[in-house]
Design a binder for this molecule. Structure first.
Ligand code: NDP
Ligand code: KPL
Length: 312
């Protein structure tokens, strides 16, 4: 199976490396600057007391000519439009696309561009980031992938991709309701994202101050109400798990969006938050805390854009 990983960043770099280490035929579609770094340093995964490096097979958009069997889409929403166009030559009649993005709107974008047939749903749960050297840093052991057909039916191609991931030692599972799984992850990411970005602190930082421990559950209640109104109620057990994650005393846990904010990088605010509160409003669900988080992140985004313009 020929595999193309679109984007060799925190998520794609990690999962693509695992597949390459297992001897799979993996190519990373990268932009020219990333290609330079990866040719110089290799694709390195560090953290949790380990350091691994591979010499990745790379391709840039101008070199991409023939279809791949599997495309793992691991760019941020902010660069999705261009990435879809760049990856288009890799999508043929038999290609399956698995997106790792948080949020939901990318499914519509992919369906609109390629038709729904090649597009699977995907949920990535992993804590990784890219450091200044371009290496992928693992922040915690969590690294799972869930995949499934958008319409939930069992399919040989989903089983084949699952087997491929599993054989590479990736903790992968198949969902017969991947759209619900994506919504549930969306609830999780908006909750943790709003909590840590609004408070500019980790879960532990927020919980350490009087009144802090109530905020996570309050945001979760809003987000879960939206998901339920959209037809995807979050199971009680998952709500309980998320509640314990966002209230755990001393926890260093934070979302990747928090790390983006703290590093002055752009965020996926419109894809992850803007779209969520727009849908909440259309469903007549009040989301005052999520609205505030959205506004807060939009201010960050505006400031980041202004700074980039001044540098240019
Ligand atoms: N990091 C995490 O812990 C998690 C992230 N997610 C989600 O996964 C998605 C991806 O995030 P993440 O991996 O962290 O993002 P990163 O920014 O770390 O990686 C994205 C990569 O995509 C590359 N890229 C962008 N456009 C193109 C293009 N046209 N062609 C080739 N490469 C391109 C970027 O390259 P360049 O270097 O050139 O900018 C970058 O290396 C997001 O939606 C995020 O919310 C989900 C779970 C966990
Ligand atoms: C919350 C987490 C780490 C789960 O994968 C995530 O998706 C993110 O930070 O973007």
């Amino acid at each position: 199976m020929r595999i193309l990983v679109v984007g060799a960043g925190a998520t794609g770099g990690y999962f693509g490396t695992r597949l390459a280490q297992a001897g799979r035929d993996v190519t990373f579609l990268v932009r020219p600057r990333r290609a330079v770094t990866l040719r110089e340093r290799g694709l390195r995964i560090i953290g949790l007391g380990e350091e691994e490096v591979i010499t990745p097979q790379l391709v840039t958009a101008d070199e991409l000519s023939s279809p791949y069997d599997l495309v793992l889409l691991s760019v941020k929403a902010t660069t999705l439009e261009q990435a879809i166009e760049d990856a288009a030559p890799a999508i043929g009649p038999k290609t399956a696309i698995v997106p790792f993005l948080n949020g939901m709107a990318h499914l519509d974008q992919l369906n609109a561009r390629f038709g729904a047939r090649p597009v699977l749903g995907g949920v990535a749960k992993i804590l990784t980031t890219v450091n200044d050297d371009g290496d992928i840093v693992r922040l915690a052991p969590l690294a799972t992938l869930t995949i499934g057909e958008q319409d939930g039916r069992p399919s040989p191609r989903v089983d084949a991709v699952h087997a491929l991931l599993d054989d590479a030692g990736i903790d992968a599972s198949v969902s017969t309701d991947i759209v619900a799984a994506m919504w549930h992850k969306w609830v999780f990411i908006t909750t943790v994202g709003a909590l840590t970005c609004l408070m500019r602190g980790t879960v532990g930082d927020v919980g350490a101050v009087p009144g802090g421990s109530g905020l996570g559950p309050a945001i979760l209640a809003e987000a879960a109400a939206v998901s339920a109104a959209a037809g995807f109620p979050v199971p009680e057990a998952e709500l309980a798990t998320t509640t314990s994650i966002v209230t755990r005393s001393g926890s260093p846990f934070a979302s990747s969006m928090y790390r983006d904010v703290m590093s002055g990088r752009p965020t996926e605010v419109e894809h992850v938050f803007g779209d969520f509160v727009t849908r909440a409003s259309a469903l007549s669900v009040a989301t005052p805390l999520l609205d505030l988080a959205t506004l807060n992140l939009r201010v960050h985004e505006h400031r980041t854009e202004q700074a980039a313009l001044e540098r240019a």
